[in-house]
Design a protein around this ligand. Structure first.
Ligand SMILES: Nc1ncnc2c1ncn2[C@@H]1O[C@H](COP(=O)(O)OP(=O)(O)O)[C@@H](O)[C@H]1O
Ligand SMILES: CC(C)(COP(=O)(O)O)[C@@H](O)C(=O)NCCC(=O)O
Length: 331
């Protein structure tokens, strides 16, 4: 966990030994009163329509102030861009005015910690701000190696580990977005077939904000074959969020999600996991437990959790998914 001084549960602490400002939920949620764009009843209804199980107090207390914080960062980046253009103009180097590039937000954390839910909510809430109505979201699973390739490399039990992705293509994707390209495409992963969808691409067309969500987004690049250090995708982030919780809680959420999927999406005859609808719930859950203990938990401990200290903001959830503490990078 991010180091915090003792007895700081209800008091904002700016401890010199950590680069974070630590805030309790109560301190953070008080900021919602200073948010100039409160949620109307109709918008609350619309957010409910996202199909997430999220508690609406959580939306108001945690995600509304967070959307304001991000709105401030986006605006400040625009001001910095203006200063940079003045500088480049004065330098007279022929570079001319640099048009804006999308503001890129990374959302990291374990499998089943709630990244997609956070990212979907942020997408909907950030789009309400007049300064940045076009918000798009991509997940890094599109950059997993196709199943055939994972099988050939003996990586089927390492899905989600850094070596199971085409990290170069992923980094190139984010680099192209930050280069300001008009159109950038990404492959698409399907949880239904448990594989990359052949021939399908997702297109991103210069949104105001792009949210990039995935377990490994804060990981430094793997060294190349020549052993040299490379640029990683997080080098292109303007802001990043790490969603944190106790592994025991995440395991429970993972199993609950598996149980729900078994009753819904797995029933589809095309589902890779259909076989788990044909056995008893206990047998199916035993399989999910094995997946957690042998793949997702080791990946969390070895590769995901160590990247927490790279995030701009850490959201620490309690056993009920509610955010209990927040740590925000000092500037
Ligand atoms: N704020 C929340 N409140 C209640 N349940 C949640 C919340 N966030 C996520 N969940 C549930 O936890 C599980 C994992 O969340 P999900 O967003 O799918 O995780 P991830 O994208 O990190 O794998 C899902 O079953 C989801 O419905
Ligand atoms: C697809 C994932 C690797 C996560 O992808 P992400 O979008 O975070 O890059 C993960 O959800 C997954 O399927 N893991 C394999 C083990 C399992 O099925 O739980």
């Amino acid at each position: 966990m991010i180091t915090s001084p003792p007895h700081s549960a209800n008091r904002r602490s700016e401890h010199p030994s950590t680069p974070y400002v630590d805030l309790s939920r109560a301190e953070w949620s008080a900021l919602r009163d200073k948010t100039p764009l409160p949620l109307s009843a109709a918008e609350v209804e619309q957010l409910r329509g996202l199909g997430d199980v999220i508690d609406l107090d959580e939306v108001r207390d945690v995600y509304l102030p967070l959307s304001r914080l991000l709105n401030l960062y986006v605006q400040a980046t625009g001001e910095l861009r203006g200063a940079l253009n003045t500088f480049l103009g004065e330098a007279g180097g022929g570079q001319g005015e640099q048009p804006g590039t999308p503001f890129v937000i990374g959302v990291a954390g374990s499998v089943a910690v709630g990244k997609s839910t956070v990212a979907r909510l942020l997408q909907a809430m950030l789009a309400r701000w007049p300064e940045h109505p076009r918000v798009e979201r991509v997940t890094t699973d599109g950059f997993l190696l196709p199943m055939k390739e994972l099988q050939a490399r003996g990586l089927m039990a390492r899905k989600g580990f850094p070596e199971s992705y085409d990290r170069r293509a992923l980094t190139r994707f984010v680099a192209d977005i930050k280069a300001g390209k008009d159109e950038v495409t990404a492959p698409v992963y399907s949880h239904l077939i448990y594989d990359i969808v052949p021939g399908e691409r997702l297109t991103v067309r210069r949104p105001d904000i792009l949210i990039v969500e995935g377990i490994n987004v804060l990981q430094p690049a793997l060294p190349g074959k020549d052993g040299r250090t490379r640029v990683g995708l997080a080098d292109y982030f303007d802001f990043s969020v790490y969603v944190d919780a106790r592994p025991e809680d995440i395991e429970r959420w993972y199993l609950n999600r598996f149980r729900k999927l078994r009753e819904t999406a797995f029933q589809n005859p095309a589902s890779y996991f259909r076989k788990y609808t044909q056995v008893s719930e206990e047998e199916a859950l035993e399989y999910a437990r094995t997946m957690w203990r042998t793949i997702n938990k080791p990946n969390l401990l070895e590769n995901v959790a160590p990247t927490r200290g790279r995030a701009t903001l850490v959201l620490r959830k309690g056993p009920d998914h509610k955010v209990q503490r927040l740590s925000l990078r000092k500037l």
